[in-house]
Design a protein around this ligand. Structure first.
Ligand code: ME8
Length: 515
């Protein structure tokens, strides 16, 4: 069977426009999806929007809209954002779609058939902003007399008839899962937090609401709608064809290989989701990766604080590829990160314009001039040639190792370490000085440099698809020879190929003159 890989983002609440945290998650997930495709996997990449729930109802009311109208308006922005960030998602799911209603009803019925759902009364705290129930001991009363949950969002008292899920019955099964699959949640610290939460004891979970009707009706009891997280999590199986578990896509792609989510929603993905699936008799996903939060110069962004930075504006300002590179290189994947204009410009100028851009531009224009753009046949390799080629050949293995645990920044670190080495090689061999004295040797140095850039560009594709493609175009690498099977040294750039005129791929950022 072909290697397959099913990867998802969280599905965003469309109660506002997409912010940079959403863009970051989409970009990172896309880079992983593209990496796996280039590495020969049959990838399915799903993203979408989480449209039900009380938060949507409240925001819509404030704006004088129906929840449906609010969703429709903002979903268009999320779809545009994903496109603008150049994401290669295979599908975009909306939880308001009919296929998703059918799927959510089916998972509910399976959990009910397993004896895990019962009717009772809920009395407890609820955070609308988190769409989460919290135990009293998880809340605190602030000096402002506002009671808040563990994430700092206000909670309100809820008392209503509710269907419950027998989460308490899954405590040991979940602990066994964490034991059996120690990288079920990465980074590891996140799994430790989840495991200690579960060891602390699990209460049964309220999974329906009666005080508003924006949601999926509970099968057999239409006075209730499902708790939004029951339907939200279910999107991951809807996307591959559930409830048709015999469908080709479900059989091929489920269980998911990777759910990429932010650190604030680990509990839902690592506790509730596997418990629902176990109850429904559906396999649990293989891994949940929790990325960190992005802060604008150290300050938390949130819709309510109002300092949201528009991802479209950032893409317009810096370009999509440089923006993708910045986030994935600068922020160790799994940790929180900061961004600022200065930090983005520093990366653009140092890593992209200087290190990779200049090396490509200098070597390829020398090739254009000295060899009319025909890639020369290399002579015997010197020790220096062999060393830089070996470093480039080793990259694909390092990249795969790093990607096995989603260390995207380590892939980029390794690739740019070779770029730095290639610059030292180029400076040391001084091919410009060889034009008159030893043109054959000059040709070898330019050939070796082009081969290193080829491997670098192939590996940069997941993060900078457009710029890398341009770089591969000016190296005359055929479109069908750009996957990772072409790396590692058993295949080299073809001598004798005619290269097109080199054009700069990574422009420097020049600060606009002050008004
Ligand atoms: O949580 N930096 O939706 P959401 C990085 N609908 N990531 C961030 C972030 C930030 N500043 N702010 C939010 C939901 N995120 C649910 C998900 S999944 C079945 C349902 C991340 O719109 C956040 O952690 O609040 C989450 O992974 C995603 O953006 C969507 O957040």
């Amino acid at each position: 069977m072909a290697k397959r890989f099913y990867i998802t983002t969280a599905i965003a609440y469309p109660n506002g426009a997409p912010h940079i945290g959403h863009a970051y998650e989409a970009i990172a997930t896309d880079a992983i999806a593209r990496f796996m495709r280039l590495d020969g996997y049959d990838v399915f990449f799903l993203t979408g929007t989480d449209e039900h729930g009380q938060k949507m109802v409240q925001t819509a009311a404030r704006e004088g809209l129906t929840a449906r109208a609010l969703a429709d308006r903002n979903v268009a922005l999320f779809q545009a954002m994903v496109k603008r960030m150049n994401c290669s998602n295979d599908d975009f799911i909306r939880t308001t779609e009919e296929r998703h209603h059918a799927s959510s009803k089916a998972i509910w019925e399976r959990m009910a058939a397993n004896g895990d759902i019962y009717l009772s009364k809920y009395a407890g705290w609820y955070s609308v902003r988190d769409e989460a129930f919290y135990a009293e001991k998880e809340t605190t009363l602030g000096d402002d007399q506002v009671r808040r949950g563990p994430t700092g969002t206000p909670v309100e008292w809820v008392e209503e008839e509710s269907w419950f899920f027998r989460l308490s019955a899954y405590q040991q099964k979940l602990l066994d899962l964490y034991e059996r699959v120690p990288d079920f949640v990465l980074p590891r610290e996140r799994l430790n937090e989840v495991a200690s939460f579960v060891r602390g004891g699990l209460q049964d979970l309220s999974i329906s609401r009666t005080t508003f009707d924006w949601g999926i009706p509970v099968p057999g009891d239409e006075r209730h709608i499902m708790y939004v997280w029951v339907d939200a999590l279910t999107n991951y199986i809807t996307g591959v064809g559930f409830p048709d578990t015999e469908s080709e896509s479900f059989k091929k792609y489920w269980p998911a290989d990777l759910h990429v989510i932010g650190k604030d929603i680990v509990r839902f993905h690592a506790v509730y989701w596997p418990a629902f699936l176990m109850s429904a008799g559906v396999a649990v996903p293989r891994r949940v990766f929790s990325h960190g939060f992005l802060f604008n110069r150290g300050e938390k962004m949130s819709k309510s604080v109002g300092n949201v930075i528009d991802p479209f504006a950032l893409a317009d300002a810096y370009g999509v590829d440089p923006l993708r590179y910045f986030f994935l290189r600068e922020v160790p994947f799994g940790q929180d990160g900061n961004y600022s204009h200065e930090a983005i410009v520093a990366r653009i100028n140092a890593d992209l314009a200087n290190d990779l851009g200049n090396l490509a531009q200098r070597s390829l224009s020398m090739l254009a001039k000295a060899f009319k753009g025909v890639l020369p046949e290399p002579g015997d390799f010197t020790e220096a040639d062999a060393a830089i080629l070996a470093a480039a050949d080793a990259l694909v293995g390092k990249a795969r190792d790093a990607m096995a645990t989603q260390q995207i920044h380590r892939v980029l670190e390794a690739v740019w370490a070779v770029v730095a080495e290639a610059n030292r090689y180029f400076a040391g061999e001084a091919p410009w000085a060889l034009a008159k004295t030893d043109p054959a040797r000059q040709g070898t140095v330019l050939y070796v440099t082009a081969e290193v850039i080829r491997q670098v560009a192939i590996l940069a594709q997941p993060v900078m698809p457009t710029a890398s493609a341009k770089l591969l175009d000016i190296l005359a690498v055929p479109a069908e020879a750009r996957d990772f099977a072409r790396l590692g040294g058993h295949e080299r750039i073809a001598p004798g190929s005619q290269l097109p005129a080199p054009a700069p791929v990574f422009p420097r950022w020049i600060e606009p003159a002050a008004e």
